[in-house]
Ligand binder design. Structure first.
Ligand SMILES: [Zn+2]
Length: 238
């Protein structure tokens, strides 16, 4: 075992830690939470608009019902007067009948308007109820997902702590200059600075080394740091 084998261990822990950090940034639970929160925000906006519609249509219905009630009492008054026998002049009676017919026509039209307003109000109320049901579902979903995100993050954090501790353990024997080169390469080569040489191939770039190069590496002492000619990574010989 050379320090380069320790370095390979460090590399494995670093790669695992990088994966964990990436996972923490891209938790599917977090994506689902963001989607639910987005939908909830959109739904709140829709609900606010529909809520205004509901109030307007309730107001319209009340106004039409008030008008209808007033008209009903006017018709009753007129009928009472008409059939009381108090009015006997035919022209006056004719005029009252004409007025009564006009009010009845207006009443029929108002009744239609009230029915229309009621139906419109029911539609809006149903829409509000549907949106409120979905909001309550989404509220529940967001609560559940927030817990799931926190749990997933906590699990990743525990794994990460373990990787960092194991890495520190593996790194104790590695000289400072090797560590410095390793960190520099890691920063430039996608996180992989040290790779094993397996069956004449570099484990970093996966290219086969030329036979002459393998021959040269074989002759280098085990303590000598060697690098892949192609990708410049530190090669760890078996
Ligand atoms: Zn290579």
């Amino acid at each position: 075992m050379t320090v380069f084998h320790d370095l390979l261990q460090v590399q494995e822990h670093d790669t695992a830690a990088d994966r964990l950090r990436h996972r923490r940034q891209t938790l599917p639970e977090a994506a689902a939470l963001a989607a639910s929160e987005d939908e909830l925000a959109g739904l709140e906006a829709t609900l606010a608009g529909v809520g205004t519609d509901a109030a307007e249509s309730a107001k319209l219905q009340r106004r039409l019902e008030g008008e209808l009630a007033l008209l009903e009492s006017k018709i009753s008054e007129l009928d009472a007067k008409l059939y009381s026998g108090a009015v006997t002049v035919p022209r006056e009676l004719q005029a009252m009948q004409t007025e009564g017919d006009a009010m009845r026509q207006r009443r029929a039209a108002l009744e239609d308007e009230v029915l229309e307003a009621m139906s419109a109000r029911e539609t809006v109320d149903e829409q509000v109820a549907g949106l409120e049901r979905r909001r309550s579902e989404l509220d529940g979903e967001c609560v559940r997902l927030r817990v799931a995100v926190a749990e997933a993050q906590a699990q990743v954090d525990r794994d990460l702590t373990a990787e960092v501790a194991a890495r520190a353990d593996a790194a104790t024997r590695i000289p400072a200059d090797v560590t410095a080169l390793y960190e520099q390469l890691r920063a430039h080569l996608g996180g992989v600075a040290a790779a094993p040489l397996v069956n004449g191939r570099c484990g970093g770039c996966h290219l086969a080394l030329p036979a002459t190069e393998i021959d040269r590496l074989r002759k280098e002492p085990a303590e000598t740091l060697v690098r892949c000619e192609q990708c410049e990574r530190i090669l760890v010989r078996p």
